[in-house]
Design a protein around this ligand. Structure first.
Ligand SMILES: Nc1ccn([C@@H]2O[C@H](COP(=O)(O)OP(=O)(O)OP(=O)(O)O)[C@@H](O)[C@H]2O)c(=O)n1
Ligand SMILES: C[C@](O)(CO)[C@H](O)COP(=O)(O)O
Length: 264
């Protein structure tokens, strides 16, 4: 895997990059428990981040990948990526750039976006914490943006019924929370990444939200606040986010199934 400290805005092929993927990987992974930063933890012996980079680079459309490393960890991440050779799913036409991230996901994505060259028209934002997203899902998101949608999110219907509650805080923290509503499940979707955007739209959304000082848990949510339409395409079960320890068990099982299917 070739990871470079800076870039001239072209894929390794030398052609200007048109579609870039920003991978926020600067999170600590508190919910996963003690250990290395989440993106650096191994799945089947390979760091989660490397799986995520390969998923993006395996897409026919992505020619530039911007990895957003922990604020003081860019050198370590660059060394780690350099330690993984170009392999099956990582094409030799993909350039991988590493930049330092921020204290929040939103800040990390903004820093990654700042490293995206002007030649890029489509930006995919993909959590390092969703290492097993199938390449077909990445391609479907990128294609929908290229076909004219300024903001595209992969999503799945919910399996659980969702309740809205009134959270208990202060002295009442820990008491049972009263239910105040039950949204109609058929109208809800669980949103994944990569989320795909027209570059100018995503940049404008991040600028607006940084000025207003409000937070958003996903990039499409920021674009919604611009008043720009966001559309949903089918997500994939294997694009789940590694958040808690049980997710690691599921990820290992998915990788074992892939190995078995590939005849290894
Ligand atoms: N300051 C941050 C926080 C999060 N992320 C990234 O955003 C993605 C989604 O975040 P999440 O799964 O919540 O990761 P963490 O913030 O690491 O998890 P936790 O909240 O359990 O600490 C991850 O790829 C994570 O590395 C980031 O780049 N910069
Ligand atoms: C972007 C995201 O993965 C979409 O589901 C999600 O919102 C990230 O949330 P997190 O709690 O910061 O992981």
């Amino acid at each position: 895997m070739s990871a470079t400290p800076d870039h001239g805005g072209s894929g390794a092929s030398g052609r200007p990059a048109r579609t870039a993927a920003v991978i926020p990987a600067a999170g600590r992974g508190v919910r996963l428990g003690p250990g290395a930063p989440k993106a650096l933890r191994p799945l089947s012996g390979t760091p989660m981040l490397v799986h995520a980079v390969r998923a993006m680079a395996g897409s026919r459309s992505v020619s530039l990948v911007i990895v957003v490393a922990p604020p003081d960890g860019a050198d370590e991440v660059r060394r780690l990526l350099d330690a993984y050779p170009l392999s099956g799913s990582l094409t030799d036409t993909t350039e991988v750039v590493v930049v330092p991230g921020g204290e929040t996901r939103q800040e990390s994505v903004r820093k990654g976006l700042a490293a995206v060259p002007e030649t890029v028209t489509t930006v995919l934002v993909h959590d390092a914490a969703r290492p097993l997203v199938p390449v077909d899902t990445v391609d479907a998101v990128a294609a929908a943006v290229r076909d004219g949608s300024p903001a595209v999110v992969p999503a799945l219907p919910l399996a659980d019924t969702v309740k809205q509650v009134e959270p208990r805080t202060g002295e009442r923290a820990g008491e049972p929370e009263p239910v105040v509503g039950t949204p109609e499940r058929a109208l809800l979707r669980a949103v994944q990444t990569p989320q795909g955007f027209d570059r100018a739209t995503l940049v404008a959304a991040h600028e607006k939200i940084a000025l207003e000082g409000e937070g958003a848990t996903d990039d499409a949510g920021m674009v919604e606040r611009l008043g720009v339409e966001v559309v949903v395409v089918p997500g994939h079960e294997e694009a789940f986010k590694v958040t808690r320890p049980l997710d690691l068990v599921l990820a290992e099982a998915v990788l074992a199934r892939r190995r078995a299917n590939d005849g290894f």
